[in-house]
Structures are given as C-alpha cells and as structure tokens.
Design a protein around this ligand. Sequence first.
Ligand code: AMP
Ligand code: TRP
Length: 330
Amino acid sequence: MARIFSGIQPSGELHIGNYLGAVKNWVALQHEHPAFFCIVNYHAITVPYTPEDLRRRTREMAVSLFAAGLDPARAVVFVQSDVPEHTELAWVFNTLTPLGELERQVQFKDKAGRQEQVMAGLLNYPVLQAADILLYLADIVPVGEDQVQHLELSRVIARNWNARFAPDAPLFPEPQPRLTPMRRIVGLDGQAKMSKSLGNTIGLLESPEAVWDKLRPAVTDEQRTRKRDPGEPERCRTVYPLHKAFSTPAVVAEVEANCRSAGWGCIDCKKALHASMTAELAPIQARAADLAARPMAVDELLADGGQRARRVARETMAVVRDRMGLDASA
Ligand code: AMP
Ligand code: TRP
C-alpha cells in the first residue's frame, strides 16, 4: 500500500495555514495509509535560531500535532534529529543533485534574500527534504502548494539514484504531492501566504477573543466599501476561503447569498466565521491544554515514534550502503 510521509517546521504552535493546507489532511490520511509525520528540526537550523527556543518550539509543535488529531496508534510521529539516517542519506543525495537545480528553487531564493549571510545548509535544504521522504520509500506527500517544487526535485534525486545504483529494480519511488483545495491559505492582510515568518497568522491555539481581534480588521472584498454595496465572495481572499474550510455547506451558501445581496456586511460574515472556527478549534484547544500539562507524556510519544521511524530508516540505509559500495568494512 502507498506510504505517506510529510514534514513540518518546528515553528511552535500550528497556524490555520499549515493546519488547513497540510495537517488536517494528514489526520484524514493516517486512517487510509501507513504514515510518517516528522518535525523537521534539522531544516529549522538552516536560518539563525537559539537552541532553547528551538527546543521549546519543537515540543509545542508536537503538542499541536497530537491535539489536531495525529494518532500515535496509527501514524509514526517523530522528531527528525532522533533519526540520524536523515542526514546520512542527505549527504548521499548531495552527491547526486545538480547544483543548478538547487539554485533555482523559489523558496531558497526567497529565504536567501532575507538573510545577511547565506549558509550552504539553506541551499541544500531540499536535498534533506528528499532524504526525509525517500528514507521511508514514501509515494505520497501531503503538503501545501509551496512545496511542489521541492517535490519535483525529490523525484529527480530518486531517479538519479535509481539510474546509477539500481537500474534494474528501482529502490526509491518517485513521490507525488497530495494537495487539498486549501493548498494556499492567504494571510489576514489578503496579500502573502499565511506564514509565521510574515507575522500574518491565526494560531490554532489562540483564544476566541484573540482570533476575533485578528478577524475583525481582515481585508475582504476591497471593491465593497459600504455595507449596502453588494459583494462578490470570489473577490474576498481571506474570510470567504476560511468559511469554505470551517463552515458547513449550509452556512457557506448563506454567506454567499448574503454577500451578493448586501444582506450582511463583512462584519456579520466575520461573526459567522468566528462561530464556525470556535466550534472546530475548541476541542483541539482542550486536547492541547491537556497535553501541555503532561510534557513527559509528549516526550515519550516522540521517543517511541523516533524508534519506530528508525527501524524503517535503517533498513533503507542498509540497501543504500550495499548498493553504493559503502559497506566494505561491514
Ligand atoms: P511549514 O509550517 O512551513 O513547515 O509548513 C508545513 C506544511 O503546511 C507544508 O506542507 C506547507 O506546504 C503547508 N502550509 C504552510 N503554510 C501554508 C499556507 N499558508 N497555506 C497552505 N498550506 C500551508
Ligand atoms: N520544507 C517543508 C516546509 O517548509 C517541510 C519539510 C521538510 C517537508 N521535509 C519534508 C515536507 C518532507 C514534506 C516532506 O513546509
């Protein structure tokens, strides 16, 4: 059966962008496939950080993931640095990755533009990502749209390795992205993708009051300046897409009708969204509070996930070492 792998940066708590774009889909897929979900702390150290902060954000991300519904009885949930084979395979893949492929990655150019000094690890970031996925021989990678180019590169790397070291019976699958309709959630400014580093997020664990303070001023249909002007749901890049994610079909239909007829102003529409969001987020927040109060339990779940992941990773590396002639002293 097709295997699932995906990763997430240890950016602290989930926000509704990475929740709707990826993690909600992980929760669904864990029931249908063998699945591995990884908190990618080796990726996180490619930009400036402090160790204490990274440790805290890693734990917080684990709490968010379990609270959002990842079930350790179904999926393997672990921290990347607990499985050193990730960096081992990444080194191997570095020797099979054309430099030009790395230099043209949009995310690299974007992040490099924001750094004073660009380290080699930032350039090689997608090579480590390919190693993450291929170590588990994963076929399907549920991600948001921003990761599609990285996955293209993972397929190039898989193809290069197979052609060179296993031409008759390929070891690595060519992993495909699995996108959802929520593949790109826009920040509340209505401009860029919702992202922690841009400061335009709504946290999954934020209180209903804090969520309302962010929703109230969110940019909607900019051509609708007065409440009595009829609106156009498709022109609203913030509130309407979130209704489609959080509200029932009946509420979405009501929103569309009342926007077009100017029956509701944008504030009414935001109030309805707030109610839908609170309904979905309340049980997640209750689970998160419970887990946050039991840090040892979270550490144990992660340690167990790390061991289960490592068993699979070791098997793959044994084949890789054998095929590449790296086992001469074994
Ligand atoms: P990150 O939190 O950047 O590590 O991303 C984790 C996952 O969430 C990746 O699959 C991303 O593609 C996805 N993701 C992050 N931000 C967004 C967003 N604003 N809209 C949709 N998907 C997102
Ligand atoms: N680069 C991904 C992001 O920023 C995180 C990631 C690392 C990942 N390794 C992965 C995603 C493997 C999918 C598969 O969101």
